[in-house]
Design a protein around this ligand. Structure first.
Ligand SMILES: [Zn+2]
Length: 468
Protein backbone atom coordinates (compact mmCIF):
# COMPACT_ATOMS: atom_id res chain seq x y z
CA UNK A 1 0.00 0.00 0.00
CA UNK A 2 1.17 3.12 -0.44
CA UNK A 3 1.77 1.60 2.68
CA UNK A 4 2.71 2.82 4.53
CA UNK A 5 2.46 4.99 6.64
CA UNK A 6 2.65 8.05 9.23
CA UNK A 7 3.79 5.67 8.73
CA UNK A 8 3.32 5.52 8.65
CA UNK A 9 1.93 5.32 7.07
CA UNK A 10 -0.57 3.46 9.64
CA UNK A 11 1.10 2.62 12.89
CA UNK A 12 1.62 4.35 16.22
CA UNK A 13 5.34 4.53 15.72
CA UNK A 14 7.59 7.17 17.18
CA UNK A 15 8.22 9.34 14.19
CA UNK A 16 11.94 9.75 14.51
CA UNK A 17 12.20 9.99 10.76
CA UNK A 18 10.61 13.44 11.04
CA UNK A 19 14.01 14.44 12.24
CA UNK A 20 16.55 15.30 9.66
CA UNK A 21 19.08 12.63 8.85
CA UNK A 22 21.78 14.58 10.70
CA UNK A 23 19.61 14.87 13.81
CA UNK A 24 18.90 11.17 13.69
CA UNK A 25 22.61 10.38 13.45
CA UNK A 26 23.14 12.69 16.45
CA UNK A 27 20.36 10.83 18.33
CA UNK A 28 22.12 7.52 17.65
CA UNK A 29 25.29 8.83 19.29
CA UNK A 30 23.69 10.23 22.44
CA UNK A 31 23.68 8.31 25.75
CA UNK A 32 20.75 6.07 26.68
CA UNK A 33 19.13 8.52 29.12
CA UNK A 34 19.10 11.18 26.43
CA UNK A 35 17.55 8.82 23.88
CA UNK A 36 14.76 7.98 26.33
CA UNK A 37 14.32 11.68 27.05
CA UNK A 38 14.13 12.41 23.30
CA UNK A 39 11.57 9.63 22.84
CA UNK A 40 9.52 11.01 25.74
CA UNK A 41 9.63 14.60 24.52
CA UNK A 42 8.67 13.48 21.03
CA UNK A 43 5.91 11.30 22.51
CA UNK A 44 4.51 14.23 24.48
CA UNK A 45 4.42 16.41 21.36
CA UNK A 46 2.71 13.60 19.44
CA UNK A 47 0.16 13.08 22.23
CA UNK A 48 -0.68 16.81 22.41
CA UNK A 49 -1.33 17.01 18.69
CA UNK A 50 -3.05 13.65 18.25
CA UNK A 51 -5.19 13.38 21.38
CA UNK A 52 -6.51 16.89 21.94
CA UNK A 53 -10.19 17.52 22.80
CA UNK A 54 -11.23 17.31 19.13
CA UNK A 55 -9.91 13.76 18.92
CA UNK A 56 -12.45 12.65 21.54
CA UNK A 57 -15.22 14.53 19.70
CA UNK A 58 -14.25 12.75 16.46
CA UNK A 59 -14.08 9.37 18.24
CA UNK A 60 -17.56 9.85 19.71
CA UNK A 61 -18.95 10.87 16.34
CA UNK A 62 -17.39 7.90 14.54
CA UNK A 63 -18.60 5.49 17.22
CA UNK A 64 -22.14 6.81 16.73
CA UNK A 65 -21.93 5.63 13.10
CA UNK A 66 -21.46 2.02 14.15
CA UNK A 67 -25.21 1.51 14.40
CA UNK A 68 -25.99 2.93 10.94
CA UNK A 69 -27.38 0.67 8.23
CA UNK A 70 -25.43 0.15 5.01
CA UNK A 71 -27.77 2.58 3.23
CA UNK A 72 -27.41 5.27 5.92
CA UNK A 73 -23.64 4.87 5.89
CA UNK A 74 -23.54 5.20 2.11
CA UNK A 75 -25.65 8.39 2.26
CA UNK A 76 -23.32 9.83 4.91
CA UNK A 77 -20.29 8.99 2.80
CA UNK A 78 -21.78 10.52 -0.36
CA UNK A 79 -22.72 13.68 1.50
CA UNK A 80 -19.11 14.06 2.79
CA UNK A 81 -17.83 13.36 -0.71
CA UNK A 82 -20.01 16.21 -2.00
CA UNK A 83 -18.49 18.58 0.57
CA UNK A 84 -14.96 17.42 -0.29
CA UNK A 85 -15.57 18.05 -4.00
CA UNK A 86 -17.11 21.48 -3.37
CA UNK A 87 -14.10 22.40 -1.22
CA UNK A 88 -11.63 21.30 -3.89
CA UNK A 89 -13.42 23.22 -6.63
CA UNK A 90 -13.53 26.37 -4.49
CA UNK A 91 -9.94 26.22 -3.28
CA UNK A 92 -7.82 24.39 -5.82
CA UNK A 93 -6.84 25.57 -9.24
CA UNK A 94 -5.32 22.12 -9.81
CA UNK A 95 -8.76 20.48 -9.49
CA UNK A 96 -10.65 23.29 -11.26
CA UNK A 97 -8.52 22.71 -14.32
CA UNK A 98 -8.57 18.93 -13.98
CA UNK A 99 -12.35 18.73 -13.66
CA UNK A 100 -13.18 21.46 -16.16
CA UNK A 101 -16.17 20.45 -18.27
CA UNK A 102 -17.34 17.57 -16.07
CA UNK A 103 -20.47 19.36 -14.82
CA UNK A 104 -19.87 18.66 -11.13
CA UNK A 105 -22.09 21.61 -10.13
CA UNK A 106 -25.23 20.00 -11.50
CA UNK A 107 -27.86 17.78 -9.89
CA UNK A 108 -26.34 14.67 -11.44
CA UNK A 109 -22.89 15.43 -9.98
CA UNK A 110 -22.45 11.91 -8.65
CA UNK A 111 -22.85 10.35 -12.11
CA UNK A 112 -20.18 12.80 -13.32
CA UNK A 113 -17.90 12.03 -10.38
CA UNK A 114 -17.33 8.42 -11.41
CA UNK A 115 -16.10 9.65 -14.81
CA UNK A 116 -13.42 11.91 -13.34
CA UNK A 117 -9.85 10.87 -14.15
CA UNK A 118 -8.05 8.81 -11.53
CA UNK A 119 -5.16 10.48 -9.76
CA UNK A 120 -1.81 8.87 -9.07
CA UNK A 121 1.23 9.76 -7.02
CA UNK A 122 3.36 10.80 -9.99
CA UNK A 123 0.80 13.46 -10.98
CA UNK A 124 0.88 15.19 -7.62
CA UNK A 125 4.56 14.99 -6.74
CA UNK A 126 5.15 18.53 -7.98
CA UNK A 127 1.57 19.86 -7.83
CA UNK A 128 0.16 22.44 -5.46
CA UNK A 129 -3.28 21.14 -4.49
CA UNK A 130 -4.49 24.25 -2.66
CA UNK A 131 -4.48 27.89 -3.80
CA UNK A 132 -2.49 30.29 -1.65
CA UNK A 133 -1.00 29.82 1.83
CA UNK A 134 -2.54 27.31 4.24
CA UNK A 135 -4.51 28.93 7.13
CA UNK A 136 -2.82 28.66 10.53
CA UNK A 137 -5.95 27.32 12.22
CA UNK A 138 -5.63 24.10 10.18
CA UNK A 139 -2.49 23.32 12.21
CA UNK A 140 -0.81 21.67 9.29
CA UNK A 141 2.11 19.29 9.79
CA UNK A 142 4.20 17.59 7.17
CA UNK A 143 3.71 13.92 6.63
CA UNK A 144 5.15 11.47 4.19
CA UNK A 145 4.87 8.12 2.60
CA UNK A 146 7.46 5.88 1.06
CA UNK A 147 5.39 3.17 -0.57
CA UNK A 148 6.70 -0.22 -1.56
CA UNK A 149 8.09 1.16 -4.78
CA UNK A 150 10.25 3.62 -2.91
CA UNK A 151 8.53 6.66 -4.38
CA UNK A 152 8.53 9.19 -1.58
CA UNK A 153 5.79 11.77 -1.21
CA UNK A 154 5.91 14.61 1.31
CA UNK A 155 2.67 16.50 1.85
CA UNK A 156 0.77 18.69 4.34
CA UNK A 157 -1.67 17.09 6.77
CA UNK A 158 -4.17 19.00 8.91
CA UNK A 159 -4.59 18.25 12.59
CA UNK A 160 -8.21 17.35 11.81
CA UNK A 161 -7.11 14.64 9.35
CA UNK A 162 -4.69 13.24 11.90
CA UNK A 163 -7.35 13.21 14.62
CA UNK A 164 -9.94 11.49 12.43
CA UNK A 165 -7.36 8.92 11.39
CA UNK A 166 -6.49 8.12 14.97
CA UNK A 167 -10.17 8.20 16.01
CA UNK A 168 -10.89 5.65 13.26
CA UNK A 169 -8.06 3.43 14.49
CA UNK A 170 -9.11 3.76 18.10
CA UNK A 171 -12.76 2.99 17.26
CA UNK A 172 -11.55 -0.31 15.84
CA UNK A 173 -9.23 -1.03 18.76
CA UNK A 174 -11.96 -0.25 21.31
CA UNK A 175 -14.25 -2.69 19.47
CA UNK A 176 -11.69 -5.35 20.24
CA UNK A 177 -11.55 -4.44 23.93
CA UNK A 178 -8.49 -2.18 24.03
CA UNK A 179 -8.55 1.05 26.00
CA UNK A 180 -6.71 4.31 25.38
CA UNK A 181 -4.61 3.78 28.48
CA UNK A 182 -3.37 0.30 27.59
CA UNK A 183 0.41 0.18 27.29
CA UNK A 184 1.65 -0.90 23.90
CA UNK A 185 4.86 -2.67 22.88
CA UNK A 186 5.69 -1.48 19.38
CA UNK A 187 7.74 -3.54 16.93
CA UNK A 188 8.07 -1.30 13.89
CA UNK A 189 10.67 -0.33 11.34
CA UNK A 190 12.27 2.67 12.91
CA UNK A 191 15.83 2.57 14.22
CA UNK A 192 15.29 3.60 17.84
CA UNK A 193 18.43 1.87 19.13
CA UNK A 194 21.89 2.43 17.56
CA UNK A 195 23.34 -0.55 15.68
CA UNK A 196 26.59 -0.06 17.58
CA UNK A 197 24.80 -1.12 20.78
CA UNK A 198 25.36 -4.83 21.44
CA UNK A 199 23.58 -5.37 24.74
CA UNK A 200 20.16 -4.53 26.21
CA UNK A 201 18.17 -2.34 26.44
CA UNK A 202 16.97 -2.84 22.87
CA UNK A 203 13.94 -0.61 23.62
CA UNK A 204 13.06 2.99 24.37
CA UNK A 205 10.11 4.43 26.30
CA UNK A 206 7.51 6.99 25.26
CA UNK A 207 5.41 7.34 28.41
CA UNK A 208 3.13 10.11 27.12
CA UNK A 209 1.83 7.80 24.40
CA UNK A 210 1.94 4.65 26.61
CA UNK A 211 4.38 3.01 24.23
CA UNK A 212 7.61 1.05 24.44
CA UNK A 213 9.49 0.93 21.14
CA UNK A 214 11.52 -2.18 20.46
CA UNK A 215 14.32 -2.34 17.89
CA UNK A 216 13.74 -4.90 15.15
CA UNK A 217 17.34 -4.48 14.04
CA UNK A 218 18.74 -6.17 17.13
CA UNK A 219 16.31 -9.05 17.22
CA UNK A 220 17.92 -12.46 16.60
CA UNK A 221 18.23 -15.89 18.19
CA UNK A 222 20.72 -14.62 20.77
CA UNK A 223 18.80 -11.53 21.89
CA UNK A 224 15.21 -12.76 21.75
CA UNK A 225 15.21 -13.84 25.41
CA UNK A 226 16.17 -10.28 26.42
CA UNK A 227 13.11 -9.06 24.52
CA UNK A 228 10.85 -11.66 26.11
CA UNK A 229 12.08 -10.95 29.63
CA UNK A 230 11.51 -7.26 29.14
CA UNK A 231 7.99 -7.75 27.76
CA UNK A 232 7.18 -9.87 30.80
CA UNK A 233 8.83 -7.52 33.26
CA UNK A 234 6.78 -4.64 31.82
CA UNK A 235 3.62 -6.83 32.01
CA UNK A 236 2.85 -6.02 28.38
CA UNK A 237 -0.64 -7.18 27.29
CA UNK A 238 -0.71 -5.45 23.89
CA UNK A 239 1.85 -5.80 21.10
CA UNK A 240 1.59 -3.79 17.91
CA UNK A 241 3.82 -4.03 14.88
CA UNK A 242 4.51 -5.06 11.35
CA UNK A 243 3.39 -8.63 10.70
CA UNK A 244 6.80 -9.50 9.26
CA UNK A 245 8.60 -8.35 12.42
CA UNK A 246 6.15 -10.04 14.80
CA UNK A 247 6.46 -13.23 12.75
CA UNK A 248 10.24 -13.13 13.22
CA UNK A 249 9.80 -12.56 16.96
CA UNK A 250 7.28 -15.42 17.12
CA UNK A 251 9.52 -17.72 15.06
CA UNK A 252 12.56 -17.08 17.26
CA UNK A 253 10.51 -17.82 20.40
CA UNK A 254 9.02 -21.01 18.96
CA UNK A 255 12.50 -22.16 17.89
CA UNK A 256 13.39 -22.10 21.57
CA UNK A 257 10.22 -23.96 22.47
CA UNK A 258 8.67 -20.89 24.11
CA UNK A 259 4.97 -20.03 24.02
CA UNK A 260 4.18 -16.69 25.60
CA UNK A 261 1.25 -16.17 27.96
CA UNK A 262 -0.25 -12.89 29.14
CA UNK A 263 -0.48 -11.11 25.78
CA UNK A 264 -4.16 -10.40 25.11
CA UNK A 265 -3.96 -8.29 21.97
CA UNK A 266 -1.72 -8.31 18.95
CA UNK A 267 -2.45 -5.65 16.37
CA UNK A 268 -0.79 -5.37 13.00
CA UNK A 269 -0.65 -2.84 10.20
CA UNK A 270 1.48 -1.31 7.43
CA UNK A 271 1.96 -4.62 5.60
CA UNK A 272 -0.36 -7.38 4.46
CA UNK A 273 -0.87 -9.90 7.22
CA UNK A 274 0.07 -13.13 5.49
CA UNK A 275 -1.44 -16.48 6.37
CA UNK A 276 1.79 -18.03 7.64
CA UNK A 277 2.50 -14.93 9.74
CA UNK A 278 -0.97 -15.13 11.25
CA UNK A 279 -0.34 -18.79 12.14
CA UNK A 280 3.10 -18.38 13.63
CA UNK A 281 2.16 -15.27 15.66
CA UNK A 282 -0.96 -16.90 17.11
CA UNK A 283 0.99 -20.06 17.91
CA UNK A 284 3.66 -18.15 19.86
CA UNK A 285 1.35 -15.73 21.68
CA UNK A 286 -1.88 -17.71 21.93
CA UNK A 287 -3.95 -14.98 20.32
CA UNK A 288 -4.74 -14.10 16.69
CA UNK A 289 -3.45 -10.81 15.33
CA UNK A 290 -6.04 -8.11 14.62
CA UNK A 291 -5.20 -6.24 11.45
CA UNK A 292 -6.05 -3.02 9.69
CA UNK A 293 -5.18 -1.42 6.37
CA UNK A 294 -4.44 2.25 5.95
CA UNK A 295 -1.99 4.53 4.22
CA UNK A 296 -0.41 7.88 4.98
CA UNK A 297 -2.41 9.62 2.27
CA UNK A 298 -5.57 8.78 4.25
CA UNK A 299 -7.80 7.90 1.31
CA UNK A 300 -8.96 4.53 2.67
CA UNK A 301 -9.02 2.65 5.93
CA UNK A 302 -10.11 -0.94 6.39
CA UNK A 303 -10.48 -2.57 9.81
CA UNK A 304 -10.82 -6.17 10.92
CA UNK A 305 -14.00 -7.01 12.85
CA UNK A 306 -14.60 -9.55 15.61
CA UNK A 307 -15.25 -12.20 12.92
CA UNK A 308 -11.78 -11.44 11.52
CA UNK A 309 -13.24 -9.96 8.34
CA UNK A 310 -12.11 -6.67 6.78
CA UNK A 311 -14.69 -3.85 6.69
CA UNK A 312 -14.17 -0.58 4.84
CA UNK A 313 -14.49 2.41 7.19
CA UNK A 314 -17.02 4.18 4.98
CA UNK A 315 -17.12 7.35 7.12
CA UNK A 316 -13.34 7.88 6.93
CA UNK A 317 -13.12 8.53 3.18
CA UNK A 318 -14.97 7.74 -0.02
CA UNK A 319 -13.64 4.40 -1.20
CA UNK A 320 -14.18 3.06 -4.71
CA UNK A 321 -13.27 -0.44 -5.77
CA UNK A 322 -12.21 -0.09 -9.38
CA UNK A 323 -12.02 -3.28 -11.48
CA UNK A 324 -8.50 -4.19 -12.63
CA UNK A 325 -8.34 -4.85 -16.35
CA UNK A 326 -7.65 -8.45 -17.21
CA UNK A 327 -8.03 -9.72 -13.63
CA UNK A 328 -11.56 -10.89 -12.94
CA UNK A 329 -12.75 -10.23 -9.40
CA UNK A 330 -9.76 -8.04 -8.49
CA UNK A 331 -10.27 -4.37 -7.63
CA UNK A 332 -7.94 -1.47 -6.96
CA UNK A 333 -8.61 0.66 -3.88
CA UNK A 334 -9.21 4.23 -5.05
CA UNK A 335 -10.10 6.85 -2.45
CA UNK A 336 -11.11 10.46 -1.80
CA UNK A 337 -10.14 11.93 1.56
CA UNK A 338 -12.65 13.84 3.69
CA UNK A 339 -10.67 15.62 6.37
CA UNK A 340 -7.38 16.88 4.94
CA UNK A 341 -8.20 20.31 3.49
CA UNK A 342 -4.51 21.04 3.12
CA UNK A 343 -4.15 18.21 0.62
CA UNK A 344 -7.42 17.10 -0.97
CA UNK A 345 -7.00 13.86 -2.89
CA UNK A 346 -9.82 12.98 -5.26
CA UNK A 347 -10.06 9.53 -6.82
CA UNK A 348 -6.51 8.77 -5.70
CA UNK A 349 -5.06 5.41 -6.73
CA UNK A 350 -3.45 3.47 -3.91
CA UNK A 351 -2.15 0.69 -6.17
CA UNK A 352 -3.45 -1.82 -3.60
CA UNK A 353 -5.70 -4.63 -4.72
CA UNK A 354 -8.59 -6.45 -3.03
CA UNK A 355 -11.33 -8.97 -3.68
CA UNK A 356 -14.89 -8.28 -2.61
CA UNK A 357 -15.93 -10.57 0.22
CA UNK A 358 -19.29 -12.10 1.13
CA UNK A 359 -21.41 -10.22 3.74
CA UNK A 360 -20.46 -10.45 7.41
CA UNK A 361 -22.92 -10.90 10.29
CA UNK A 362 -20.91 -8.98 12.91
CA UNK A 363 -23.28 -5.99 12.75
CA UNK A 364 -20.93 -3.53 11.01
CA UNK A 365 -22.33 -2.12 7.79
CA UNK A 366 -19.12 -1.23 5.93
CA UNK A 367 -18.40 -3.22 2.76
CA UNK A 368 -16.38 -6.40 3.25
CA UNK A 369 -13.17 -7.07 1.31
CA UNK A 370 -10.53 -9.76 1.50
CA UNK A 371 -7.03 -10.60 0.34
CA UNK A 372 -5.69 -7.06 0.57
CA UNK A 373 -2.62 -7.23 -1.63
CA UNK A 374 0.03 -4.66 -2.17
CA UNK A 375 1.92 -4.65 1.05
CA UNK A 376 3.58 -8.02 0.63
CA UNK A 377 7.24 -7.63 1.16
CA UNK A 378 10.30 -9.74 1.48
CA UNK A 379 13.30 -9.09 3.66
CA UNK A 380 17.05 -9.28 3.37
CA UNK A 381 19.27 -11.60 5.38
CA UNK A 382 21.93 -10.14 7.68
CA UNK A 383 25.18 -11.98 8.46
CA UNK A 384 23.91 -13.00 11.93
CA UNK A 385 20.87 -14.67 10.35
CA UNK A 386 18.36 -11.93 11.18
CA UNK A 387 15.83 -11.27 8.42
CA UNK A 388 15.28 -7.57 7.98
CA UNK A 389 12.04 -6.46 6.35
CA UNK A 390 10.07 -3.24 6.04
CA UNK A 391 13.00 -1.66 4.26
CA UNK A 392 10.86 1.01 2.65
CA UNK A 393 11.72 3.15 5.68
CA UNK A 394 15.07 3.74 4.05
CA UNK A 395 13.31 5.66 1.31
CA UNK A 396 11.04 7.71 3.52
CA UNK A 397 11.51 11.41 2.67
CA UNK A 398 13.62 10.51 -0.37
CA UNK A 399 11.35 12.51 -2.63
CA UNK A 400 13.92 12.67 -5.41
CA UNK A 401 14.02 8.89 -5.75
CA UNK A 402 11.38 7.90 -8.27
CA UNK A 403 11.65 4.15 -7.86
CA UNK A 404 13.83 1.81 -5.89
CA UNK A 405 14.56 -1.86 -5.66
CA UNK A 406 16.83 -3.82 -3.35
CA UNK A 407 18.83 -6.73 -4.72
CA UNK A 408 20.58 -9.09 -2.34
CA UNK A 409 23.19 -11.46 -3.76
CA UNK A 410 24.26 -14.82 -2.38
CA UNK A 411 27.33 -13.23 -0.74
CA UNK A 412 24.75 -11.07 1.16
CA UNK A 413 25.93 -7.85 -0.52
CA UNK A 414 23.24 -5.35 -1.41
CA UNK A 415 22.64 -3.43 -4.59
CA UNK A 416 20.17 -0.56 -4.54
CA UNK A 417 18.69 0.06 -7.95
CA UNK A 418 17.51 3.62 -8.11
CA UNK A 419 15.55 5.60 -10.67
CA UNK A 420 16.49 9.21 -10.03
CA UNK A 421 14.27 12.26 -10.38
CA UNK A 422 15.76 15.06 -12.45
CA UNK A 423 16.62 17.11 -9.39
CA UNK A 424 18.43 14.25 -7.60
CA UNK A 425 21.85 15.37 -6.34
CA UNK A 426 24.93 13.93 -4.63
CA UNK A 427 23.40 15.10 -1.35
CA UNK A 428 20.53 12.66 -1.93
CA UNK A 429 23.01 9.86 -2.52
CA UNK A 430 24.80 10.71 0.72
CA UNK A 431 21.49 10.75 2.63
CA UNK A 432 20.42 7.45 1.10
CA UNK A 433 23.68 5.71 1.99
CA UNK A 434 23.52 7.12 5.55
CA UNK A 435 20.00 5.71 5.95
CA UNK A 436 21.13 2.32 4.71
CA UNK A 437 24.27 2.14 6.82
CA UNK A 438 22.29 3.00 9.92
CA UNK A 439 20.29 -0.19 9.45
CA UNK A 440 22.43 -2.62 7.51
CA UNK A 441 26.05 -3.59 8.12
CA UNK A 442 26.63 -5.21 4.72
CA UNK A 443 28.45 -4.07 1.58
CA UNK A 444 26.06 -1.76 -0.27
CA UNK A 445 26.34 -0.03 -3.59
CA UNK A 446 23.96 2.00 -5.68
CA UNK A 447 23.21 1.39 -9.33
CA UNK A 448 21.28 4.08 -11.17
CA UNK A 449 18.92 2.79 -13.83
CA UNK A 450 16.43 4.37 -16.23
CA UNK A 451 13.57 2.12 -15.19
CA UNK A 452 12.78 -1.00 -13.19
CA UNK A 453 11.02 -4.09 -14.54
CA UNK A 454 7.39 -4.51 -13.49
CA UNK A 455 5.13 -7.50 -13.08
CA UNK A 456 2.05 -8.10 -15.23
CA UNK A 457 -0.04 -6.26 -12.62
CA UNK A 458 2.25 -3.25 -12.83
CA UNK A 459 3.75 -3.82 -9.40
CA UNK A 460 7.39 -3.66 -8.54
CA UNK A 461 9.04 -6.31 -6.47
CA UNK A 462 10.79 -4.34 -3.79
CA UNK A 463 13.32 -6.94 -2.68
CA UNK A 464 14.89 -9.50 -4.99
CA UNK A 465 17.35 -12.27 -4.13
CA UNK A 466 19.80 -13.03 -6.93
CA UNK A 467 22.26 -15.89 -7.15
CA UNK A 468 25.73 -14.91 -8.35
ZN1 LIG B 1 -17.72 -8.22 10.32
Amino acid sequence: MAHLNLTQVGTPILNLSNMTSKLEIFYQKTPLWMQNLAANVKGRLVACRRYSRDFYVALKELQSHESLTAFELEQLSISRLKSALAFALANSDFYRQRFHGFGLQHEDWFEQFVNLPLLDKMQIREASLIDGPLPGEWKVATTHTSGTTGQGLVFPCTQKQEQYTWATWWRYRIRHGLSLNERCAVFGGRSVVPLSQHKPPYWRYSNATHQVFYSMYHLNCETVIDYLEHLQREKIRWIHGYPSVLAILAGLLLDKGIKVSGVQWITTGAESLLEHQNDIISKAFGTFPIDHYGQAEGVANISMCKNRRYHIDEDYSFVELVPVMGRAGIFEIVGTNFYNNAYPLIRYRTGDLVKVGPPCDCGLAGRVVEDIDGRKEEGIRLSNGTILSRLDHIFKDMTRVLEAQIIQRSDLSIQLRIVKANDYTSEDEYKLLSEVKMRIHLPVHIKYVAKLPRSSTGKLRFVIHEEF
